[in-house]
Design a protein. Structure first.
Length: 340
């Protein structure tokens, strides 16, 4: 038995999958965002300004890819300000192709446009390619949201469920969400609200939704830049290669530690990392396996592959000496059985 859970071929590309600029309510221009992240070792940024899709092909070069998408808000009170207490769903919607400019289920009269986004909506053109794919309101209701997200996904997008702690949400809000590809387990701008936690990720996995963990900065200015990221393992640095790898789940989320290798060999799960104080395997149930120490660091761990104890999935978390963490994708025992 040998299975590369993370492909051995290819290269990890450091990517920020949540970013705001002066196109909406950010403080940095798209060019300034590129300059900062490229100078700090990033290979890609996904520009996700509020409620407006703008492409940034002009920022791409041989060492940097500008992915693009947008962030949508669905509020408890559609016309109100989120303020301190209002629950709200935020979703990042990432275009699967560089040519994508169509915003399915576009809300023309959206009262939630932030910063300068309304002007950009007027200036960059019409988003409805068919003539009737608009919405005229939103509803804070899981059934309505699932129908909305189904239309967005069918339009060629990968959807991330953003910062549930900042959004004042719990399992009561996200139980039953469908058509989401990923969940933020690390949000740099929201770390003060404990959004760098796996609790929501774990809850969604346990309810049976197969979802990818991601990290991003949600940066509106320099102070929130470089706090959380997604490492995508792709064969080359192109828009299509990054998106294809991300869609496959060949990635992990981090605020520091590196997950260098993850393979299943002869009944063992073999993990290689940057120096770590703890490498932990979590499963669907109470079966937890860990290598940890308070006095030494290590760069690998080995766990028996026990699908009958793991249940539907297992995943890996890494913690370094400073307490920073990384989160692997979940690996599903039924899929492994088919491959092995």
């Amino acid at each position: 038995m040998y299975l590369e859970l993370i492909p051995e071929q290819g290269k990890f590309y450091k990517t920020n999958l949540h970013c705001h600029t002066t196109i909406s309510d950010g403080k940095q221009t798209p060019e300034e965002v590129k300059e900062f992240f490229k100078s700090h070792g990033y290979s890609a940024v996904c520009y996700t300004d509020h409620e407006v899709l703008v492409g940034h092909e002009d920022l791409c070069d041989e060492d940097f890819i500008a992915l693009h998408g947008y962030e949508v808000a669905i509020k408890k009170d559609e016309g109100g300000h989120t303020g301190t207490f209002m629950p709200v769903y935020h979703f990042n919607v990432i275009a699967k192709t560089q040519a994508q400019r169509y915003m399915p289920r576009f809300y023309r009269d959206n009262p939630s446009c932030a910063g300068d986004s309304r002007r950009w909506i007027r200036e960059v053109g019409v988003y409805d390619k068919e003539g009737d794919d608009y919405i005229d309101h939103t509803e804070y209701d899981v059934n309505w949201i699932n129908d909305y997200l189904a239309g967005v996904r069918a339009g060629g997008y990968l959807i991330t469920y953003n910062h549930p702690m900042w959004s004042m949400q719990s399992a009561l809000d996200y139980a039953g969400l469908k058509n989401i590809h990923a969940i933020e387990v690390i949000n740099g701008a929201c770390i003060g609200m404990n959004d760098n936690t796996a609790m929501h990720y774990e809850t969604i996995l346990r309810q049976g939704t197969r979802i990818v963990p991601v990290g991003g900065d949600d940066n509106h200015g320099v102070p929130a830049c470089g706090l959380g990221w997604t490492m995508i393992k792709a064969p080359e640095l192109t828009y299509d290669a990054l998106i294809a790898a991300y869609e496959r789940g060949d990635c992990y989320a981090s605020e520091g530690p590196e997950l260098l290798s993850l393979v299943l060999k002869d009944g063992k799960i073999l993990v290689k990392t940057s120096p770590a104080a703890a490498i932990t395997l979590f499963s669907e149930g109470r079966c937890v396996r860990a290598r940890r120490s308070r006095t030494e660091l290590f760069t690998e761990a080995e766990f028996a592959y026990e699908p009958e104890k793991f249940g539907k999935y297992f995943r890996i978390e890494i913690r370094d000496a400073a307490g920073y963490r990384a989160f692997s994708n979940a690996y599903y025992t039924d899929e492994i059985a088919k491959k092995c």
